[in-house]
Design a protein around this ligand. Structure first.
Ligand SMILES: *Cc1c(COP(=O)(O)O)cnc(C)c1O
Length: 374
């Protein structure tokens, strides 16, 4: 019995009729770019997140880039990003003409903290991009407080964390990923918790001016055709993607519950293995487990062993961003960010997708146990 890291077939099969009908509806309408399907998705996602505005765009990468462009900062202004994230977080900063400044992460959650961000702060810091990695939010109230004190904004990279939430400071309410900062960036890449049938992204914000600017920037900087107040780009969301996402959105909570149940299964099945560290959900957090990521001794050997048994796993991420060749001119070097560098050597993500089933998780757990016994 092989176990893939991710298999989206059972999900598709469970909603096939509705998805196929939604696609047919768009095809019949012959309206393929933006339009009513995208507007409907934007308003449904805004309601779900509890924000005033959502603006669809072409990818999660653009969902980071467009709000950064909307800030209208000076070239060389700095944006603090974790060095342990998908490349797009830092790439978007660079492509906005700004300087990514890398910070360390909390070794337990792999997320930035107020302290790690503060260490990277300079006179030129204008924004911070906490990444809500693997499905759990970074400590937003602390980050918002820090940025507020220093007149900077917090752009949440919520690409992996749609549906994740956190108790508010008073503790009686939840605030969703993408609703806690100045703006939030989401990805609908197929492997994310809400995945399209191709690329797609969305910016969330409760600031009407930011929403307006992002909506202009995604269509070459003008809401009226052939009149351009800013230089934007083409970052439109397709109606076909929006139609698929609208079918999936009502199932998102159920799929998150299943991911959480799968995580709980592994927590129990793997708890007595000394050579690994299990992911931890911090108090007041609702983790949506886009990834179930352990730390392991002899990680690469373990991964090879799993692969030999037909079990998929992933290393997110093997190389710290401050050590990527393309950022050499920022002069990062080994030893700068110890928690990030250690994470890159130890992390291993296991299959956790909805529809995985206990039999296959048992097999994954057995294989890990067997590896450390031998
Ligand atoms: C996937 C991802 C992105 C980029 O999203 P795309 O839709 O692939 O452009 C950005 N940040 C993080 C943390 C991601 O996981």
């Amino acid at each position: 019995m092989s176990v893939p890291l991710l298999d989206l077939t059972p999900q598709y099969e469970s909603i096939q009729e509705d998805v196929d009908a939604a696609i047919a509806r768009v095809v019949r309408s012959q309206g393929f770019v933006l339009g009513p399907e995208v507007e409907a998705l934007e308003s449904e996602v805004a309601d779900y997140l509890g924000v005033a505005h959502a603006v669809g765009c072409a990818s999660g990468t653009d969902a980071l880039l467009l709000p950064l462009r909307a800030l209208d900062l000076a070239p060389g202004d700095e944006v603090i990003v974790p060095a342990f994230t998908f490349f797009a977080t830092a790439g978007a900063v660079w492509n906005a003409g700004l300087k990514p400044v890398f910070c360390d992460v909390d070794p337990v959650t792999f997320n930035v903290t107020r302290e790690t961000v503060e260490e990277a702060w300079t006179q030129r810091t204008r924004a911070v991009i906490p990444v809500h990695l693997f499905g759990q939010m970074a400590p937003m109230s602390e980050l918002e407080a820090l940025a507020g004190e220093r007149d900077a904004v917090v752009l949440e990279d919520a690409a992996q964390s749609i549906g994740a939430r956190q108790r508010t400071t008073s503790g009686d309410d939840w605030v969703f990923a993408g609703a806690a900062g100045w703006a939030g960036a989401f990805s609908f890449f197929p492997t994310k918790n809400l995945g399209a049938f191709g690329d797609g992204g969305l910016v969330s914000t409760s600031d009407p001016e930011v929403a307006e600017r992002v909506a202009k920037l995604r269509v070459h900087g003008g809401r009226q055709m052939y009149h351009h107040e800013m230089v934007g780009t083409n970052s439109r969301l397709d109606a076909l993607q929006a139609a698929v996402l609208r079918v999936k959105l009502p199932y998102l909570e159920e799929w998150a519950r299943e991911r959480r149940a799968n995580a709980a299964f592994y927590d129990e099945a793997l708890r007595n293995i000394d050579q690994i560290v299990l992911p931890r959900t911090m108090e007041g957090n609702f983790h949506v487990f886009n990834q179930y990521t352990i730390r392991a001794e002899r990680r690469d050997e373990l991964r090879g062993h799993l692969g030999d048994l037909g079990i998929g796993s992933g290393v997110y991420y093997p190389v710290p961003l401050h050590m990527q060749p393309c950022f050499a001119e920022l002069s990062g070097s080994a030893g700068d960010l110890p928690a990030v560098e250690r994470a890159c050597e130890e992390v291993l993500s296991l299959p956790v997708f909805p529809g995985l089933g206990e039999g296959r998780m048992e097999r994954v757990a057995d294989a890990i146990r067997q590896f450390f016994r031998s």
